[in-house]
Design a protein around this ligand. Structure first.
Ligand SMILES: Cc1cc2nc3c(=O)[nH]c(=O)nc-3n(C[C@H](O)[C@H](O)[C@H](O)COP(=O)(O)OP(=O)(O)OC[C@H]3O[C@@H](n4cnc5c(N)ncnc54)[C@H](O)[C@@H]3O)c2cc1C
Length: 429
């Protein structure tokens, strides 16, 4: 006879504590078999097989598995297409229900609909929960029930609806995991990936960073932001704990967490933004899309020290400071007139904290074509930005130390590029 279990499916919520869906699985009364699927559809798209994000997931799973072993349980991990894996699991266990937390990306929604329908046909309930955000879908809408497309009123409503129960942590009892022999995690190499230099450490809310975040966040050399992007992306930290901390210590940091949810709800309501400009008119821009210039931008060789420093930080570490993300992105779209989608795709390959909603929303914001975007005629001047935010050139010296030795002729002059961008944008709009 097959063992009766419920499944908890980990996705963007890789933690055993303060996890809504996991808690619901635990209180179902059945032993919980926790699973993770290395989705071949996602992994096959990653061209570079030394990917810090895959290694990060691998290390997180390994750490969770060790904790589960101490409770006499284990993580069931498989590689392949989720539907095929569910078929295998259902052949092995008498599954009483599947639990998971909701994911709002268009591909994830499709995947979940497929699994839901497969399970339903077999009389198994697919139970999904809100966990990766405080407010989801249409929790925050205008009085006429349409989605907000401007950040400030969205954020005001978000704050006005926030109540302590929205950010209270949930307790997950370890008593009810399915007891079984420990299983080892599939090696990275078996998945076709290699080890990287990333080391997973349990994410922390650092008071020293967050308490004066508002004063120091804009200066890239100070590196005074939390670097929690990857933890929020993969759910190794709970958004509820972040919001509770932000409310106590720094309202500006809270506003960043609200930006995250703002772009998530934009993607949910307007999935067309994955390929199209939020403002359709902007898809008439005639981009120059010069391949050679794109390569110079990617490799940090534009001759603009701050742009080059940012791209080199990204290439070396998988991180780039937010201020510099704005400068480099603006340089690509405006100075070089290269389609924002090219830059978005490059960042998606490189960023440790890559998140479809945030990356797309911010790229469109910079290019001017997004919701609540900067007006197209506001063009960042890399030199003025350097004087304002990296006056002693510390950031540039750290990431682009050659900038003085090999003075590079800038690939475009700021004034000419600015005029050209204004002309081309104006023609299209
Ligand atoms: C062109 C461009 C591309 C970007 N791509 C991404 C991306 O793929 N993933 C991503 O998480 N952020 C992205 N951002 C937003 C922002 O730059 C990063 O969230 C931030 O730099 C990450 O550093 P941190 O973890 O130290 O964040 P902190 O400054 O400590 O902020 C805390 C968290 O708030 C959220 N957050 C902060 N700013 C934003 C924002 N503008 N939009 C959405 N969420 C925000 C993130 O989850 C972040 O980790 C992008 C910004 C630009 C201009």
């Amino acid at each position: 006879m097959k063992d009766k279990v419920v499944i908890f499916w980990f996705r963007r919520d890789l933690r055993l504590e303060d996890n809504v869906g996991l808690q619901q699985a635990v209180v179902s009364g059945y032993p919980v078999l926790p699973i993770f699927i290395f989705d071949s559809d996602i992994l096959e798209k990653l061209e570079v097989k030394q990917d810090r994000r895959v290694d990060y997931i691998y290390q997180v799973l390994d750490a969770m598995n060790s904790v589960l072993h101490t409770h006499g349980s284990t993580l069931y991990i498989d590689y392949g297409k989720p539907l095929a894996i569910f078929k295998t699991i259902i052949a092995l266990y008498d599954v009483q229900g599947v639990y998971c937390n909701r994911d709002y990306e268009p591909q994830a929604i499709k995947r979940d609909e497929l699994i839901d329908s497969y399970l339903k046909d077999r009389g198994i309930q697919f139970n999904t929960y809100k966990d990766q955000v405080i407010f989801e879908k249409s929790d925050i809408v205008k009085d006429d029930s349409t989605p907000y497309t401007v950040y400030t009123p969205y954020s005001k409503k978000w704050k006005s609806l926030l109540a302590p129960q929205n950010y209270a942590s949930v307790v997950v009892s370890a008593e009810h995991f399915y007891k079984t022999n420990p299983l080892k995690i599939t090696d990275l190499e078996v998945l076709g990936f290699q080890k990287t230099d990333i080391i997973f450490e349990k994410p922390n809310l650092e008071l020293e960073i967050i308490s004066d975040y508002d004063k120091k966040r804009d200066f890239p050399a100070l590196d005074h932001t939390t670097h929690l992007g990857i933890a929020l992306r993969f759910g190794t930290i709970s958004i509820r704990s972040c919001v509770a901390f932000a409310l106590k210590y720094n309202e500006i940091w809270l506003s960043e967490l609200i930006w995250r949810e703002f772009f998530m709800q934009i993607l949910y309501h307007y999935p067309r933004v994955v390929t199209d400009s939020f403002k359709p008119k902007y898809d008439s821009i005639i981009w120059r899309n010069n391949e050679a210039e794109f390569q110079l931008w990617c490799s940090g060789k534009t001759g603009y020290p701050i742009v080059d420093a940012g791209m080199r930080q990204l290439n070396e570490t998988g991180f780039m400071h937010n201020r510099v993300r704005m400068i480099t992105a603006s340089f690509l779209c405006k100075h070089l007139l290269i389609d924002w989608r090219w830059g978005e795709a490059y960042f998606a390959q490189k960023l440790l904290d890559y998140d479809l909603a945030a990356n797309n929303g911010n790229w469109q914001w910079v290019a001017g074509c997004g919701c609540d975007a900067a007006p197209y005629f506001r063009i960042f001047n890399p030199t003025a930005q350097t004087l304002k935010f990296d006056a002693d050139l510390s950031y540039i010296k750290t990431w682009n130390p050659d900038y003085e030795k090999y003075i590079q002729i800038p690939i475009v002059s700021h004034e000419e590029a600015r005029e050209r961008a204004l002309r081309v944008y104006k023609q299209a709009l």
